[in-house]
Design a protein. Sequence first.
Length: 233
Amino acid sequence: MPTQAQIAANQKNAQLSTGPTSDAGKAKSSLNGVKNALTGATVLLPSDDVAAYERVIASSFAEWEPETDREKSLVQSIADTQWRLLRIPSLESGIYALGRLQYAGKFADQPEAVRSTLLEAFIFQTSRRDLTNLRIQESRLRRHREKDLAELETLTEERLAKREARLTAAAHMYERFQENEDEFDPAEFGFEFSFDEIEERVGLFEGRRIGCKYPEQFAKIHAAELKEDREAA
């Protein structure tokens, strides 16, 4: 999870300016996100809902449950990118809202239904550059998120695979200690697993062995388990 210092820094950045007070000024100010909140280091804008941002962060960390510093950094980056992507629809709406204020008197001689359509088309033409920029930034953000997601998935899979191998090794060692009626302390051998986890894995071994119909099948399974144990060690 992001630290309170990180959240406080974002809040402080967001509060550096109280922003404009007029409707036109607010609409124009919202478009600043095209240049900074979508591309720069600042994540929160003055108008952003800090609680909503924190919920996005918390949801991402709850989904991925990162453990290493790199994993946590990637989850934070993914959540921040998602927050920026969520801002794009409001920025697009802001472009049209600003246009309606700036060109409120345009096409006044036309019927209202026609005038509304003409005004929307005119705003699109005059704001084409900003709208195109939004699409470009959206594509860039999505690529960035996909890259982070791919790295995070790889790191998570590797970490979980190593954990599974170590748990299997701990379970085999536990079995051997039981056979010799010796006391087994997982921590003494560098294992971070609880006895419940280890015994559950031993139960899986026993279930596989009971399922064997012939002694040679059991021998093959047991040999494979020993091989996994040695490789994990």
